[in-house]
Structure formats: C-alpha cells, structure tokens
Design a protein around this ligand. Structure first.
Ligand SMILES: [Zn+2]
Length: 425
C-alpha cells in the first residue's frame, strides 16, 4: 500500500471525523424499517447529488422483478421506497467497483427491552446506538463519506465507482436484484454488512424459507373431546423438523464452514393456530428457514424437507391421511463463494491491513445477505465487510464509532486500489 496515499486518505477522513459520525447519526434517526425506506433513501440521494454526481432514484417494479428466480415475494410495493445509485465515472482503462449497503432495517421488537431510544442515535462509550446503527447505517455512512473524500481530494479514478443504497435487503434482496435487472454490473462489489473489520466474508450459506400448515377436524358439540387439534398435530411436524436438524448437522462437514457449530440450522420462526380458546383449532401454521451449503441444490433441499415430513407423518393415523401442506415461499438465497486468492479479496485485505495494522481473516457468513445476488445473478464477484458492533436484529443495537471512521478509510483505499487512479498523490 502506497504510504503517501494512505496518509492523505487518513488525514482527510480524520479531518472530517465529526461529519462522518454526524452522517451515521442522521441515518439512524431516519426510521427505515423495511417498507419505509423513503426518507433514508432520499437522504442518501441528496448526499450523493451534493458531490456533483448524477444520481438514479427509482422505485423497483415488482411486475418486472417477479419473473426472476431470485425474486422475494414480500406482499408490498415499492411506492415511495426508491433505490438510489450514483456513479462516479472513471477516466477509462480501470476496473469498476460497486459499493452496496441497504437502507432498510428490521423492526425494533419490544420497545421496553431497549435501554436507548432506538431512533435517537445516542453515543455512549464510543458506541452509536439505534436500530440499524450496525446493520447497516454505519456502513452506509462510510460509503457516502469514502466517495466524498475521493471527490474532495480530486482523485480521478480510472474505473467507475458505483454506489448503491438499496431497499428491502432484510426481506430478501429485491432492491439489489432491481439494480442488476436495471443493468448495473461491475468487475467487483463490496457489500457492507456489520461483520467487524477483523474479517472479510468471502461467501455465505444459502437459506430456504418454508411454511407448513396442518389441518384439524371439529366434532359436534357433544363429541368435542374427540376433535382433532391442528395445534397438537403440529407437534408431529415439529418433531420431524428437529429430526431434520440433527440429520443435516451430522451430514454436513464442509471445511469452509468449520468454524460454525451448525452451518445448516433449521430455525422454527413462527407458529400459530386456532381462533378461539374453547374451539378445536382447525388449522395451525408454522414458518421457518433452513440453511444449506454448496454441494446441495434448492431442489435437493426441498426434497429432503418433503421426505422427512412424509416419513414422520406416515406413523400418525391422522396426518398419514391428512398430510400437512408444505410450501416454500420465494424468500431464499443460494450459497456463494469467492476464491480466497481472487484480486478483489487481496485488495480488500490490503486496505484493511493498511488501516487496522492486522491482516483480516477470510471467512464465510452463517447468514444470508445480498452478496449472492451479485455472484450468482449479477456476474460480479462480491465480498462482505463492514464496521462492527453488536445487537443487530436485537435490542440496543450499536456500531463502534471508530469502525465507521476506519471503514470509510478502507473503502476509499480499496476503491482507489481497485479502480486505479490517474495521478500519484
Ligand atoms: Zn444487513
């Protein structure tokens, strides 16, 4: 890493440190739970326009997206929830780079479990608290400010630098999918997520959502005790899924995911049945998600869920004749993987090392993100990295302020190294 470049970037970002933090706080104060990304997206659009860039602001069109294999059915439209993409055009003969972060956040959950107002952006002990602070507004602020510093220093990149602030990552990735279908692609992408700056996620596992519905049967009033309870029959399904969890965990030994206790979890997320306390529940529905790894396919994983369910239910007199309805909603991701020796991984690794003084580990994520959309559907190799914190998808979420500032430096250095620049600094 060029020491002159490193010190120019570091000084420029340290001199605007308070502004970098202020942008992250502004973003946290804009509640952008999936479906309500509008104000946050427009904030990003304004920040990018102020840098003199032409900014595309558009609402993804579900009628265009829905025929794509990677589309996630969310049940909502994109009215007032635009994607925002800005391009800093390169001068030519350089490689292009996408920097991606999502504008949406998950709901706060029970408010009384928070010690900080989830939308106040409190700072305590160099931590910025709030829903989305880590996932992923700290990273979004770092992207916006990395671009600002490249512009302010007058660095002329050779390749295009494309900034994408996308909606709906938390519900499956339709925002990033919409950028791909609009024609955005690059020689590489960095997807900013809150993993901490000691590691680069070169891949992640796949996930498959499922929904299982069990029917019951009501007897007449005098025979109510003989009714078939859908809630009680759901116990059989739960047992089947627990068996599936054990089988899959024992079978999978992919060394790339060796750091994880169970890289193929079967998570039971919601269950609901019945509509009156003294009536037999006639329907009970369970929703969940399971993880899967390279070496499997969506078809093979679906078949395994189906056969496990069938085998378990055949021993039950009711379920063998009234089998549960098994559905796979469209929210699914595929496993993805970028080679550890790829040029993109080297550039990000060197940029992190230059700023943090330690070589980041190369590892894989045990959760989905938009990374796979680039690698599987966007013809763009992608990695994940970003400022660390805690409590993502939980109360008292926070991001480390020092990580936001360092991530800004890392992204600026990585963009210059990857895209190439016209002049020596
Ligand atoms: Zn995220």
């Amino acid at each position: 890493m060029d020491q002159g470049l490193l010190s120019s970037i570091s000084e420029a970002i340290e001199s605007r440190r308070e502004h970098v933090i202020a942008v992250a706080r502004d973003l946290v104060r804009l509640p952008s739970v999936s479906g309500q990304e509008g104000p946050c997206a427009l904030y990003c659009a304004k920040a990018l326009s102020r840098l003199g860039l032409s900014v595309a602001v558009w609402e993804p069109d579900p009628t265009q997206l829905c025929s794509h294999a990677a589309y996630s059915e969310t049940g909502s439209t994109y009215r007032g929830r635009p994607n925002v993409v800005a391009v800093l055009p390169g001068s030519g003969h350089g490689k292009s780079l996408i920097l991606n972060a999502h504008t949406d956040v998950v709901p706060i959950g029970p408010r009384d479990l928070w010690h900080h107002d989830p939308w106040a952006a409190d700072i305590v002990d160099r931590r910025l608290f709030g829903r989305g602070a880590a996932d992923t507004k700290g990273g979004l602020a770092a992207i916006l400010q990395a671009l600002a510093v490249i512009q302010t220093l007058g660095i002329k990149l050779r390749g295009d630098l494309i900034v994408q602030c996308v909606v709906d990552e938390e519900r499956g990735g339709n925002g990033t999918l919409a950028t791909i279908l609009r024609g955005y692609k690059a020689d590489a992408a960095i997807v900013v997520e809150p993993w901490g700056l000691d590691k680069i996620m070169v891949g992640h596992r796949g996930s498959l959502a499922f929904r299982i519905t069990v029917q019951g049967e009501a007897k007449s009033l005098g025979e109510k005790a003989n009714s078939i309870s859908a809630v009680e029959k759901m116990q059989v399904v739960v047992t089947a899924l627990q068996r599936l969890r054990v089988q899959r965990k024992e079978r999978h030994r992919d060394p790339r995911w060796a750091a994880y206790e169970n890289p193929v979890p079967v998570l039971l997320g919601t269950v609901g049945g019945g509509d009156w306390f003294s009536s037999p529940p006639l329907r009970c529905t369970l929703e969940g998600v399971l993880g899967w790894l390279p070496g499997e396919t969506l078809v093979s994983v679906e078949a395994e869920v189906r056969s496990t369910l069938r085998e378990t239910c055949q021993d039950d007199p009711w379920l063998s004749t009234h089998p549960p309805i098994l559905e796979f909603p469209t929210n699914r991701t595929q496993p993805c993987w970028v080679d550890n020796e790829s040029p993109l991984v080297h550039v990000v690794q060197q940029s992190i090392s230059a700023v943090r003084g330690v070589v980041p580990a190369l590892t894989v994520a045990n959760a989905g993100s938009d990374q796979w959309l680039y690698t599987v559907h966007g013809a763009t190799p992608a990695v994940q990295m970003g400022p660390g914190g805690g409590g993502a998808h939980a109360p008292d979420e926070y991001v480390n302020i020092g990580d936001i500032v360092d991530c800004t430096k890392i992204l600026a250095l990585a963009a210059i190294a990857w895209c190439g620049s016209e002049e020596e600094l």
